[in-house]
Write a protein of this length. Structure first.
Length: 296
């Protein structure tokens, strides 16, 4: 966990011991680089001072008659190789050490503690990160980003959720044992905290039935039956609608009988006209008339 970080001063805590590096080397090279850097102009995009939609970040002008590309008087300077800093100080960290990526303990053997500093790769896990920092401290090698060791409770919560096969929002920690949770590195440590009750999960919320129960209560109160009907039979369905429904069913029945050859063409048209004239009361009456036509 980072306790203090001020330019070239790095102080961090690694569990039971304190590491402190306040060493600045290659001061002459850093001063020479700063001297040239102070003289270097600020490279800005053309007409970014004129239009709000254009940011000041550098863009190379490429127009045929562009004044900035031609470097006419009164326009900002172009980026050129001559503005570079001294070769001897290129790539140096502000502390004066060279910046070297480290991914395991074996990479530390390639570094010189007098001039090289280590930077932990972002893909290095927590367990290996602790091993590298402990080894670098014993070899007196500076770690530039030891602050990456600071524990992120959100990441811990995600790891525990994967172990327990639950959602991250269901994981809970004992407030008094957050330090133990932060110090737990391996899965065995986490399982021990779960067994001791420092870590637990809550029940899933699920889908609420409150709205559905409220609707059912209203239905039970109002009822779902037809209720008390008032008025004539034709009050809900008109006479014409009833007539159309009855006649269509009888016409369809006659068509089916004709297709089956149960009745001939003359009988079909005779009964069809009776249906249109209102002489047939219902479908049952029509079946009786068909039987009578077959007996004659």
């Amino acid at each position: 966990m980072i306790l203090l970080k001020v330019r070239n001063i790095f102080i961090y805590r690694l569990f039971s011991f304190i590491c402190c590096n306040i060493v600045v080397i290659n001061k002459e090279l850093l001063d020479a680089r700063k001297k040239i850097s102070d003289k270097r102009p600020k490279f800005i995009r053309q007409e970014s001072w004129r239009y709000d939609r254009l940011a000041e970040n550098w863009r190379k002008p490429k127009g045929k008659d562009n004044k900035m590309r031609k470097q006419l008087s009164g326009v900002p300077r172009l980026v050129k190789v001559g503005y570079r800093g001294p070769k001897s100080s290129r790539g140096l960290h502000p502390s004066g050490y060279t910046d070297n990526l480290v991914f395991n303990v074996n990479d530390l053997a390639k570094l010189d503690p007098a001039k090289d500093a280590a930077r932990l790769g972002h893909t290095v896990g927590m367990r290996k990160r602790i091993e590298i920092i402990a080894k670098a401290d014993s070899m007196h090698i500076k770690i530039l980003n030891a602050g990456k060791l600071s524990v992120n409770i959100r990441k811990k919560r995600e790891l525990i959720a994967r172990m327990l096969d639950v959602g991250a929002n269901r994981v809970r920690f004992e407030p008094d044992k957050l330090d133990d949770v932060a110090d737990s590195i391996t899965r065995e440590n986490i399982r021990a905290l779960i067994k001791n009750g420092a870590i637990w999960t809550i029940k899933p919320k699920g889908t609420s039935r409150a709205r559905a129960e409220a609707k059912l209560a209203v239905r039970r109160k109002h009822g779902i039956g037809p209720g008390s009907k008032k008025g004539k039979k034709t009050a809900r369905r008109g006479k014409k609608e009833i007539y159309i429904t009855r006649v269509r069913s009888m016409r369809y029945h006659l068509k089916v009988l004709k297709d089956r050859n149960d009745i001939n063409r003359e009988t079909f048209w005779s009964l069809y006209k009776k249906v249109n004239g209102g002489q047939v009361r219902s479908l049952a009456h029509l079946r009786d008339l068909v039987k009578q036509s077959k007996t004659h």
